[in-house]
Design a protein around this ligand. Sequence first.
Ligand code: ADP
Length: 459
Amino acid sequence: MTKVTSGKTLSGRIFALLFSLSFVVMLVATVAATAACFNVYEKQAEELLLSQAESCADSLKGETADEMIASLQDLPLVEVRCTLVAEDGTVLYDSEAEASAMGNHADRSEIAQAKEGGSAVALRKSATLGFDTLYAACQIDSGMVLRLAETRTSLASFLAGMSWQLLISLLVIFLVSLFASRAITKRIVQPLREIDLSDPLKNAAYEELQPLLGRVDEQRRELEEQNDELEHAVAIRREFTSNVSHEMKTPLQVIGGYAELMEAGMVKQEDVGRFAGLIRSEAESMRVLIDDVLTLSRLDEHAQTTMNPVCLAQVCKRVMRRLAAQAEERDITLVDDLDESVRIMGDEGLAEQLAYNLVDNAIRYNKQGGRIWLTVRSEGSNAILSVADEGPGVPPELRERVFERFYRVDTSRSRETGGTGLGLAIVKHGAESFGGSVSINDAESGGACFVFRAPLASS
Ligand code: ADP
């Protein structure tokens, strides 16, 4: 069997899809979770700085700006820059820069907002990359604003700081996706690998595969049937061949035997003619047998038969002429009733052989001095050809079997009268080639009545 492969495998495709999907999903989920954590952490830092600013504002003492600055300097602030801004925006004090050198801060968003709402937070990107400054401003009773500032790492530098951890989690994600995708692919593909095509419907594979498996089962069954038919045909043919050889041996042995006697001079001169006649008659039986075998094998091959309108009455008349001498020999009368208008479609030669075999049998199996009724008529859309005789008839239980090749009811009578045992097999096959059939009834005369029925030719 030739294997056709496209190079693609189902497991390869499923694995590639699963792996890329799971890797991307896990990566995105990890990044999203990290970003969410960073946000929460930032929010907490904002709240913390704001509450720190508020508590600083509450703890400031003094009436004048200088008193406030002094009190501010006393506060224990760590890593937090502290700025005091006057109501007009002038910087009064800054813990990390010279206040007088700093410009007016009234336009800073956190200060403007604090003046309106009491407190505010703002995050500003620093000019130096990687750092942000978080501001928390809070208004004091005197109209001044106290602002605390804290330097914070940005998301980018936060992630950069975690590069090792990120690299390791990337590796873990890669490995987990790889093994999980492999395991899932195996589970998906396993039932497909386990499909047993010798019994497709017994598989517990996917529902989606049922139509395909059903079709495979159907084809398997068809194949089995064809195989059975083929084996049957081969067996029949083998049996037929062995029967033919057997049937041929008999006349050959007789011919050989007579010839030997004559050769050995054991035949008296006056008997030579009789022996030659016997040899001729055996040779004639062989010729008839070979003709019948050839006719049957042509019918077996379904060789294209000619399709012409055939007048059954004409055919019967020719057959009667051909068999007149034989009938006369046994003192048999042929009574005919032939409708000249009855025509069927098929091969004229075959129709003649069919009628010949039926009339020939009616003569051979008839009683001495008996009668034969040969009828051609139409019945509905069918043509009927019937041959009835006054012989022994065919017992009902054998009416199917007599159409089998080499089946004889009365073997000795068949051989005596030159029968091959193939006549009715040819009749049955021939009838089928006209789209018809042949059956046996009891004749009113007590003998057999063979009825050939076939569709009338459409005029
Ligand atoms: P055969 O050459 O032996 O006549 P057939 O195939 O023509 O072979 O017929 C098969 C058998 O059917 C015959 O051997 C015979 O026993 C029986 N048979 C055929 N025709 C008649 C008939 N008209 N009356 C009685 N028996 C018949």
